[in-house]
Structures are given as structure tokens and as C-alpha cells.
Design a protein around this ligand. Structure first.
Ligand code: CA2
Length: 147
């Protein structure tokens, strides 16, 4: 079972700026927790971050045939990227949308996710634990598909 974690723009700054919104945990810390939990579950993970929309699109496209599920924190591209939505839809790899913050409790422009309609579900508002919940959701979806 192979799960691809993708992180969008500015998430490389986690833990270094705006700790009141995003906490003090760095993306490397989160990756460590995800890898630890994935090992316990016997799952292999790839964990990536980019600030470039096109790179995210290319990674989603390339996931077909190489990964069983994608866990995606598209960051600001969540609210703007039709290209990312189209890539998720085109590849058909089950994708779980995740967010550290509860986007529905924040500014109005964050309430709308352009990718939500093509993802299997959305996890938002649990801080770094959203990533662990995303991993659990991905494993459940992959196992259910095998039955
Ligand atoms: O809550 C989330 O996970 C978000 O995807 C984070 C994005 C935001 O645009 C989404 O609306 C919700 C922002 C990620 C930027 O992270 C920063 C970390 C430290 C300092 C500044 C930005």
C-alpha cells in the first residue's frame, strides 16, 4: 500500500511563522509523525511539498499507477486551482483533502474549496493530527476497495 502526501505553497514555513494560526509544529515534524504511524500500519508513504501549482498538478498526474491514494493539503491552491481539481478528477486516484485549520471557520474566501467535489472527503481543523486522520482515511479507502 503506497500513499502520497502532497503539500502546497508556504507549508514549508510551518512552525516558523504565524504559530497562533498554524501551531509550532514544522512540516518535517509532521512528516515524522506520519512516517511513524504509517510504519505501524505497514504502509509506505512519500511526503512532498512545493510552492508551484504546476508541480502539484504533475505529481497528481504521475500518481496514477504508482500510488493507491493521495492525501493532499493544497494550501491556498485549494481555493483557486481549477487545474488541480481537473488533475485529481483525471487521474482517478482516491484523494483526501486535508487542512490544519478549520477553513470553514476562517475568512470567507477560504470556505470554498475547488477540489472538495473531486476528493473522497475533507478533514480540516485538527492541526497536525489532520495528517494522521488523512492517513487513516486513505488506508480505509484502499482496504475497502480490495474487498
Ligand atoms: O489550514 C490549512 O492547512 C491550509 O491549507 C493552510 C494554507 C491556507 O491557505 C489554507 O486556506 C488552509 C496556508 C498554508 C501556509 O502556511 C503558513 C505557515 C506559516 C506561516 C505562513 C503560512
Amino acid at each position: 500500500m503506497k500513499i502520497l502526501f502532497l503539500n502546497g505553497p508556504n507549508l514549508n514555513l510551518l512552525g516558523t511563522r504565524e504559530p497562533q494560526v498554524y501551531g509550532k509544529t514544522t512540516l518535517a515534524d509532521i512528516e515524522g509523525s506520519v512516517r511513524k504511524q504509517a510504519t505501524l500500519k505497514g504502509t509506505s508513504v512519500d511526503f512532498r511539498q512545493t510552492n508551484l501549482e504546476g508541480e502539484l498538478v504533475s505529481w497528481v498526474q504521475a500518481a496514477k499507477g504508482n500510488f493507491d491514494a493521495i492525501v493532499l493539503n493544497a494550501a491556498a491552491y485549494t481555493h483557486t486551482s481549477i487545474a488541480l481539481r481537473d488533475a485529481i478528477s483525471a487521474t482517478g486516484v482516491p484523494t483526501i483533502e486535508i487542512h490544519l485549520s478549520n477553513i470553514h471557520a476562517r475568512e470567507k474566501f477560504r470556505h470554498k474549496s475547488l477540489i472538495a467535489g473531486v476528493c473522497r472527503g475533507q478533514i480540516a481543523g485538527f492541526g497536525a493530527n489532520s495528517y494522521i486522520l488523512g492517513l487513516e482515511a486513505a488506508i480505509n479507502i484502499i482496504e475497502a476497495a480490495k474487498k
